[in-house]
Ligand binder design. Structure first.
Ligand SMILES: Nc1ncnc2c1ncn2[C@@H]1O[C@H](COP(=O)(O)OP(=O)(O)O)[C@@H](O)[C@H]1O
Ligand SMILES: [Mg+2]
Length: 276
């Protein structure tokens, strides 16, 4: 829920005496309830874009807006999963998730908040690790905890920066399915969620999902915004035409999937000038 508009966004970093332009005149609109994938080579400004959308960095010019209101800072309307895990090191994994939920669902009873947190930690395979501190977990486990927190917070907007990048292949596949099911509106099995969690069609979250994995982008997205660097610009904006709910096994066997995948690979390699 929530329309995201990016208008002529330019971000410059001051680096000693030099100025480096990370994003230049980037414009696009993500409609309410759309799942937008963002791909692009390393350093093209994907994380910079998400930090502006999340209100963590002011643009040098242009703006990002949510439901027509310019983003000026972080807030409980936006859930974020960063490329580098963002758990509070002084809180247990469970407390991190509980804290996140409290920021958004202030009226939820404490016992229900804890149950909700526990159910999402179970869902991401961390049931035995709730009382551990982040530094006692592997990188992939920390990332799963951060994902559990963002999903449990159930914000209308979710900004995800390579959320599954540090997660091993098996868990990554599983988390893709979990995110897909939650977003598509299915209540995934045993997750204990408030009745309003599994959103009916038409009331889906608006998600911006950065990845460098083309298959992941196709599986999840309605549309893929490809950035090129540098400075980062919108290079292509590609519709992913597959219906929902999606089934990975069936999807990857279609000729349309192969065609789209080949097209995206070709575009991606073009951006490197054909050289890897
Ligand atoms: N704080 C910073 N100061 C200076 N340059 C930065 C800073 N953060 C990022 N950059 C530069 O901006 C460009 C885009 O970075 P980033 O948004 O992290 O790219 P991506 O996420 O696509 O890999 C890179 O060239 C990076 O080196
Ligand atoms: Mg990045």
């Amino acid at each position: 829920m929530g329309k995201i508009e990016v208008e002529n966004l330019t971000v410059r970093y001051k680096d000693g005496g030099n100025t480096f332009t990370a994003l230049e005149n980037v414009s696009f609109t993500v409609e309410e309830g759309q799942f937008a994938g963002v791909i692009g080579s390393s350093g093209c400004g994907k994380s910079t874009l998400l930090s502006v959308l999340g209100g963590l960095r002011p643009p040098s010019s242009g703006r990002a807006a949510i439901n027509g209101v310019t983003v000026t800072g972080p807030g409980p309307d936006k859930g974020m999963v960063f490329q580098h895990y963002s758990l509070f090191p002084w809180m247990t994994v469970l407390d991190n998730v509980v804290y996140g939920i409290r920021q958004v669902k202030k009226k939820l009873a404490k016992k229900d908040t804890v149950r909700l947190a526990e159910s999402f930690l179970e869902k991401v395979g961390l049931e035995g690790f709730q009382r551990k501190f982040p530094q006692q977990l592997s990188g992939g486990m920390r990332q799963r905890a951060a994902i559990a927190r963002s999903l449990a917070m159930d914000t209308g907007i979710l900004l995800m920066d390579e959320p599954f990048g540090a997660v091993d292949a098996r868990n990554r596949t599983y988390l893709q399915e979990l995110l897909l099911k939650l977003w598509e509106g299915a209540n995934p099995g045993e997750v204990v969620v408030p009745p309003d969690y599994a959103l009916p069609r038409g009331k889906r979250k608006t998600i911006i999902f950065v990845t460098h994995d083309i298959d992941e982008a196709i599986l999840l997205s309605d549309r893929i915004i490809m950035l090129s660097g540098s400075p980062g610009k919108v290079y292509k904006d590609i519709t992913v035409p597959f219906t929902r709910p999606r089934n990975r096994a069936a999807l990857i066997q279609t000729s349309e999937y192969t065609r789209l995948r080949n097209e995206l690979f070709a575009l991606f390699f073009n951006d490197f000038g054909g050289n890897i």
